[in-house]
Design a protein around this ligand. Structure first.
Ligand code: GLU
Length: 466
């Protein structure tokens, strides 16, 4: 059974890099009929907050990725971690270190003078004497003193760490008794039965320490996949300036969660030259062994393109649901299918779609100044007035084609071209010269409103006339 997890630290919001590793972990679990668990790493009581944890959970819920079982909060498990610290102490695999602040400073100074890596020198490893008074000890684990810690990373291949270069008897519990980061991650991964750890490669250097802990506690070591970072176009770490980092900002900008996931799955992984993947296809094709070894570059245009593809294809009712977030309620609009279908081709985001829908379903509050100047001149108003009369004479029209037949007849009788009428009508209907097919717009706006909007424009005193 494959069991994966996503383990965010609630220091702020859900980061898109985090969401990508969550997605990879989710896909790998689902592909194998396994489980995907969610753990909130909130042991750092100074930096973590309940609000941040809730924000992460909400953002995660928005993405539609579901986790199995209850969410595990590390902050509720201190007693458990303590019991494992005690176990290691009892078994002689960890020990109390009474080094004082002054001693530590001295050690650091002497190591720096010798130009050697700062590390703990093991002075209390075999200490049997009387503990110095007034020092609350930290607990250190007995790490190997020499040799290598190696593992096969599913993304990076074989990874070797020389003990001499990076390890010492590191602290697993602070003097106030609180366990340290690598210790709790290891305990939890082991107790949650995690078989495959997929995470950012900023955690690569934690892995040898975690392996030391797995071994000391006799736990099975999971497979590791360290995913390279997402970089900006300049090859630097992605920052706020390059794009949103908070997953919820994508929602606010009108990106669909499935489009964001599709974008993220491709950022660092590919399957032939396919760009658009349903979640089922991702599950079918994804394999963490195929994750790119090198960092991937964030490409906003690509995201916009993917989002537009989803907007073109999603069921109308789903888009109608999404529009609600932008204050647009067309669930009871009689021509909602026609409305959405006429607009979705040109909308790159749900936010844009919402604006377009507003433009059609609400009477224009103002007219685009440039368009007005450009098209409402010569006989434009006279023609509009005549068209209004023709509409009234004809009586109710419903469909786009009914409006079209009527308009064509009208134009023919007057020796006019469609362009003489189309832009003034657009301005009357939506306030600007940009809209889908003018007959679609007339049909969506509806006969009575069409007449009212034409009248409104006819009564409008243009800026120049004021
Ligand atoms: N809590 C860590 C983070 O947010 C992830 C730890 C892990 O995946 O092992 O970066």
């Amino acid at each position: 059974m494959v069991i994966t997890r996503f383990a965010p630290s609630p220091t702020g919001y859900l980061h898109i890099g985090g969401l990508r590793t969550a997605l990879y972990s989710y896909l790998w679990a689902k592909k194998n009929g396994g489980k995907f668990l969610l753990r909130i790493e909130d042991t750092d009581l100074k930096r973590n907050s309940k609000e941040a944890a809730v924000a992460i959970e909400n953002a995660f819920a928005w993405t539609g990725l579901s986790h199995d079982g209850e969410i595990i909060y590390q902050s509720t498990r201190f007693d458990l971690y303590k019991s494992y610290v005690k176990k290691l102490l009892d078994e002689g695999k960890a020990y109390k270190c009474y080094m004082s602040r002054d001693e530590l400073d001295e050690l650091r100074a002497s190591q720096s003078a010798q130009k050697i890596r700062p590390h703990y020198d093991g002075r209390y490893r075999d200490f049997k004497g009387e503990p110095p008074s007034g020092v609350e000890p930290v607990i250190r684990i007995k790490a190997p003193l020499d040799g290598e810690i190696s593992f096969v990373d599913g993304v990076k291949g074989e990874v070797h760490f020389k003990v001499k270069d990076m390890l010492d008897d590191f602290i697993i519990a602070r003097s106030d008794g609180t366990p340290t980061y690598n210790f709790v991650v290891t305990i939890d991964d082991a107790l949650m039965g995690i078989t495959d750890v997929i995470r950012g490669d900023d955690h690569l250097s934690n892995t040898p320490k975690q392996i030391v802990i797995y071994e000391a506690l006799g736990f099975d070591i999971p497979k590791f996949y360290h995913v390279p970072m997402i970089l900006n176009n300049q090859g630097k770490k992605l920052s706020k300036r390059d794009g949103a980092l908070d997953v919820m900002e994508y929602k606010n900008e009108g990106y669909l969660p499935e489009a964001l996931l599709n974008f993220l799955v491709r950022l660092g992984w590919s399957h032939k030259d396919q760009e658009i993947f349903s979640l089922d296809e991702m599950i079918e094709f994804f394999n963490p062994n195929d994750i790119n070894k090198s960092a991937s570059a964030y490409n906003e245009e690509k995201l916009v393109w993917i989002n537009a593809q989803y907007i073109k294809k999603l069921p109308v009712d789903r888009l109608v649901e999404e529009l609600k977030f932008f204050g647009v309620h067309v669930e009871n609009f009689s021509k909602k299918e026609q409305l959405i279908d006429s607009l979705r081709e040109r909308a790159k985001t749900v936010k844009e779609l919402a604006q377009m829908v507003k433009n059609i379903t609400q009477e224009p509050k103002s007219y685009d100044e440039k368009a007005y100047k450009k098209f409402i001149k010569g006989d434009a108003l006279k023609n509009l007035e005549a068209f209004r009369q023709a509409l009234e004479l004809h009586g109710k029209c419903e469909s786009a084609s009914e409006f079209e037949v009527l308009a064509k007849k009208f134009l023919e009788e007057r020796g006019l071209k469609l362009k003489d009428l189309a832009q003034p009508i657009r301005i009357a209907m939506v306030g600007s010269a940009v809209s889908p097919s003018v007959f679609e717009v007339l049909s969506i706006v509806g006969y009575n409103n069409v007449i009212a909007r034409i009248e409104k424009l006819l009564n409008y005193k243009g800026k120049d006339d004021e």
